[in-house]
Design a protein around this ligand. Sequence first.
Ligand code: FSX
Ligand code: SF4
Ligand code: F3S
Length: 375
Amino acid sequence: MGKLLKTKDETYYGKITAQGYSRRDFVKFATVMTAFMGLEHSMVGQVMKAMETKKRIPVIWEHFQECTGCSESFIRSDHPLVADVLLDNISLDYTDTLMAAAGHNAEEAKQKSMKENYGNYILVVEGAIPTKDGGIYCTIAGRTAVEILKESAAGAAAILTFGSCAAFGGVQAAHPNPTGSVPVSEIIKDKPIINIPGCPPISEVMTGVVLHYLTFGTIPELDGFGRPKQFYGKRIHDSCYRRPYFDAGLYAETFDSEEAKKGYCLYKVGCRGPVTYNACSTTGWNNGVSFPIQSGYPCIGCSEPGFWDNSPFMERLTNVNGVGIEATADKIGKIVLGTAVAGAAVHAVATNIAKRKEMKEANDCGEDNLKNIKY
Ligand code: FSX
Ligand code: SF4
Ligand code: F3S
């Protein structure tokens, strides 16, 4: 991983500039991604250096049982380079959904890349893998998903499961799981697996993980569900802009109520934010424009294992066993804000909102900011 090369064409920077992006686009991208990766601003130079000097990481991207929403999310990333760093011939050697080639040509390209980059490529998997009846419920050119996955995993340096289906089984594995679907981790046991769940996941997370790998030569620190902590370390609830309403005991009881119109907390209409770890409330979707809760709909916990079976979605959780003050929502209104614990919670929310601001600023950074970057 991350071999130093003499030819600039083999680096991300070389490929990016060959695609017509300017130096300024590159610096801006590195700045945004450094903030997103949870690194100090002073690390921008190191991220840039890695992209300028290290060989791009080849990516093979397989698709199995899925709705392809994960790819849709990925190609609609806000910052064009977030997707282009992996797409547009910069790093992606094979994806049957997005590549121009099809059929035998596509298969040939994959086999060639797997052979040439054996032991060095990242395998991205989208979708769950059906195992029932010999795996016949997902076949490509007559081969089962199980067979294809085992083959492409053999030469991978690491596997990124992109989406809750590949990470945890997702909707395919929901009760009664008619095709016996399983996540990648139940088939592949001898490779590092980085889970990037969400239905769909946030595209910047995948690019962030690849850049982390490139910059530091290691996979990021993972939580107990195999998710990178820098993106899944906090609950939606910890950064939710409706959190002051939760803390004050102000809830929308129905979607068509006055309270809902006022933007009160959605906990009582089923919000899973207090038990869901993801970056949506920090980064937002569509260039930070919104995320489910901001659009008036409760978080359904799409980045958590087995979330489809944790329904009906629009019914309140009976218990919130979160950290700190929120034993149950009913008790919250009785807690006086200003106690040490409530203060800590407010501080956590404020810190996360500050993080969101930092990312927004990085995204909007002007000439002055760019000039200040040292590398
Ligand atoms: Fe699953 Fe992705 Fe949900 Fe869909 O490929 S995580 S059903 S958004 O598309 O796999
Ligand atoms: Fe936001 Fe949901 Fe938490 Fe309410 S319960 S503050 S809507 S995450
Ligand atoms: Fe999913 Fe909840 Fe984010 S439903 S998209 S984790 S706000």
